[in-house]
Design a protein around this ligand. Structure first.
Ligand code: COA
Length: 182
């Protein structure tokens, strides 16, 4: 039986002008610990990222997102340096969720947007029609990235994220991929 592409194991390598995006692997956990481990403010903006972010905890996060249906990429710049991650997965009612982070030293260069553009185009090729993202209050840089990618803010949602203190209000953002120009 043919597995729909969205639910297949991610083996894609994507390229944008400044970045190479390849599927995350467990050994990338050390980059998570290096880049995010000492950045609790960034971790607080991520619904499922453990804190403290040890290599072992990061490895578990990666393993949960690299099975069938997980499309999360390691982002590397022209020198091969790991700068962050971006991707989608965990379809809820068939609608994948989109998430990303960039190491503090590499923010403000347009990398989240550049990777997001390539990954949204990839999702579209896999047949994704709609994608959602959520932001915690006060995450203006992420809201801006989502606007640049074409997401529309739909308003508040209440979610239970135990790693972020339980029930929280976030903003839901929706991207209709069928509306995007190819
Ligand atoms: C959100 C995040 C991924 C953005 O990464 P980035 O590579 O710096 O993003 P980009 O450079 O592509 O775009 C950032 C935009 O936010 C803007 N921005 C930055 N700080 C801002 C602020 N305090 N208020 C408003 N806009 C801000 C930038 O000016 C830029 O917009 P512009 O291109 O119109 O000038 C990064 O800040 C991050 O990793 N944060 C912690 C984790 C996180 O929040 N992940 C997303 C969870 S939903």
């Amino acid at each position: 039986m043919r597995v729909p592409l969205l639910f297949a194991t991610n083996a894609a390598v994507l390229r944008s002008p400044r970045l190479e995006m390849r599927p995350l692997v467990p050994d990338d956990a050390r980059h998570f610990a290096d880049l995010l481990g000492a950045d609790p403010a960034a971790i607080a903006m991520l619904s499922h990222m453990p804190d403290p972010l040890t290599v072992e905890a990061a490895r578990e996060w990666i393993e949960l997102r690299t099975g069938p249906g997980g499309h999360v990429f390691a982002l590397r710049d022209a020198s091969g340096t790991f700068v962050g991650t971006s991707g989608f997965g965990g379809p809820r009612d068939g609608i994948p969720g989109f998430g990303y982070w960039i190491g503090a030293a590499y923010r403000g260069n347009g990398y989240a947007t550049e990777a997001g553009d390539a990954i949204v185009a990839h999702a579209r090729r896999l047949g994704v029609k709609r994608m959602v993202a959520e932001t915690f209050p006060g995450n203006a840089p992420s809201e801006r990235v989502l606007v640049k990618l074409g997401f529309r803010a739909e308003g508040p949602v209440i979610r239970n994220y135990p790693l972020r203190g339980g029930w929280r209000q976030l903003t839901l953002h929706v991207l209709e991929l069928r509306d995007l120009v190819a």
